[in-house]
Write a protein that binds this ligand. Structure first.
Ligand code: A3P
Length: 305
């Protein structure tokens, strides 16, 4: 009974206040002043806590973000948000303030790290500054794939969504090429210009706060990539090779967790459309220079092009 009352007291004390706008701020902001993360978290009577994430998977869309968060969740010291939160990139969510954000977080046990993933963060201009103001010590995970593959994956996802909404099918050539050249207006192309977005993140976070996961390697053989993530997060090594098995029907690795086996949802690992070799070639050529710039930024190369 005493423990229950104590829990209730803690809960009441730690419920995050609605952040007020300090006088020094001319425009109203849903965030507290810099240096004050404004929300220690919500402590629940059972001892779990909802708090700001220690780790954010910032993208990239179609990079393998779902696979990454599911694989990371195999670790007992990780508590992961189930849904994409879109706090820093959607104004309607951002305006709800930090207490709302905290309430989207999982119930973490003492000692667990909290993680959320919102793949759109990587390419949304305002996000790094906003996140830095809330948590300058956040550890960022960025999972990237060959930018051409990522464009095809992005196109495939959008095509499925259009089909569901009974919208006209747009052949891949129609979106990828304009006047015989790569169509620079195609949004999916911009999302694969990794150096542009990375530069923006590095204005706020040091390179040491960002770990780039090789999404192509994660598909081929997830365990070594996951081990690298464990090391970056300073987690005791716990995830094991036996946590992964290749499922021939799915054509991807699936997860084994305490005897239970599961693959990712059918929307992950879809077949991509066939693209004429000359267009594919154009795309690879187009990404050559942006890729080089990205490698220079992060001091590491990837097996793209
Ligand atoms: P495709 O569906 O184009 O193959 P995200 O979760 O960021 O949307 O990324 C989706 C991509 O994750 C998929 O793209 C797939 O290639 C990749 N992926 C990586 N590991 C996977 C796994 N074990 N099972 C299914 N998809 C995986």
């Amino acid at each position: 009974m005493a423990a229950f009352l104590f829990g209730l007291l803690l809960f009441a004390m730690q419920s995050p206040p609605i952040p007020s706008t300090p006088a020094a701020y001319s425009s109203p902001s849903p965030l507290p002043p810099p240096g004050d993360n404004g929300s220690a978290g919500v402590v629940h009577p059972n001892g779990t806590v909802q708090r700001l994430p220690d780790i954010v998977i910032i993208g990239v869309r179609k990079g393998g973000t779902r696979a990454l968060i599911e694989m990371l969740s195999l670790h007992s010291a990780v508590a992961a948000a189930q849904n994409e939160v879109h706090f820093f990139d959607w104004e309607s969510h951002f305006q709800k303030g930090l207490p709302w954000y905290v309430r989207q977080m999982p119930y973490a046990l003492p000692g667990q790290l909290t993680v959320e993933k919102t793949p759109a963060y990587f390419t949304a201009g305002k996000v790094p500054g906003r996140l830095h103001r809330v948590n300058p010590d956040a550890k960022l995970l960025l999972i990237l794939r060959d930018p051409t593959e990522r464009v095809l994956s992005d196109y495939t996802q959008v095509s499925y969504n259009r089909l569901l909404k009974h919208k006209r099918h747009r052949p891949i050539e129609e979106v990828l090429v304009k006047d015989g050249e790569v169509n620079l207006d195609y949004k999916a192309l911009n999302r694969s210009l990794y150096h542009v977005h990375m530069q923006n993140w590095l204005r706020y976070f040091p390179l040491g706060s960002v770990h780039v996961v090789d999404g192509d390697a994660l598909i081929r053989d997830p365990f070594p990539e996951v081990q690298r993530v464990e090391r970056f997060l300073r987690l005791p090594p716990q995830i094991d090779a036996s946590n992964f098995y290749f499922n021939r029907t799915k054509g991807f690795y699936c997860l084994r967790d305490r005897g239970r086996e599961r693959c990712l949802h059918d929307s992950k690992g879809r077949a991509h459309p066939r693209v004429a070799p000359d267009i594919l070639h154009k795309l690879y050529r187009f990404f050559h220079e942006p890729n080089r710039k990205f490698f220079e930024l992060v001091g590491r190369t990837f097996d793209w092009n």
